[in-house]
Design a protein around this ligand. Structure first.
Ligand code: FES
Length: 177
């Protein structure tokens, strides 16, 4: 499997931390997913050989934990928290608005490959819900009426890449939502 030198180095260091190679499976799968975006059968077989386990043992782990992805995701990954605190202040409506604006159903990737929208469980920011995580960036206090503005920012991210978007985040003082 084609992995960068940097990821290979991290994998070796991770394995060295554990008395048994197989104990390194979860963090190694994360490292590969970080680079590749998802875990395909080739990745599972590679990990199995690396950790001296059977491919089915890796498959069991990949399919058990929802944080592992088995198919490619869009250029921008949108995660809407749907757990109680966020749900009570409008997370479902926020998600519906994002789905409508980005033309992408939750749990799917848009036809143009730009967006993946997912419902996720609590992302540990319950006091500032509804909370939406876009790639690595957290957006707080996204009331349904602000969701359209967030969708516009997400569209800009897809066009230019997240680093190019310098606007303030909703929920922060500079954001004019
Ligand atoms: S319930 Fe949404 S961040 Fe905790």
């Amino acid at each position: 499997m084609d992995l960068s030198e940097q990821t290979l180095e991290k994998i070796e260091k991770t394995i060295a931390k554990f008395p048994k190679k197989r104990s390194a499976m979860l963090p190694i799968l994360h490292l590969i997913q970080e680079e590749k975006g998802y875990l395909d059968p080739e990745a599972e077989e590679w990990v199995a050989a690396k950790l001296e386990v059977t491919p089915i043992q890796v498959r069991e782990v990949v399919t058990f934990y929802p944080m592992y992805r088995q198919k490619p995701i869009g250029k921008v990954h949108v995660k809407v928290c749907r757990t109680l605190s966020c749900a009570l202040v409008g997370a479902y409506k926020v998600c519906e608005k994002l789905e409508e604006e980005l033309k992408c159903k939750r749990g799917e990737t848009s036809a143009d490959g730009k967006y993946t929208i997912e419902f996720v469980e609590c992302i540990a920011d319950c006091g500032k819900g509804p909370v939406v995580q876009v790639d690595d960036k957290m957006y707080e206090l996204i009331k349904p009426e602000k969701a359209g503005e967030l969708a516009e920012e997400i569209k800009r991210m897809a066009e230019a890449g997240p680093e190019a978007v310098a606007t303030a985040q909703p929920g922060t003082p500079g954001f004019k939502g």
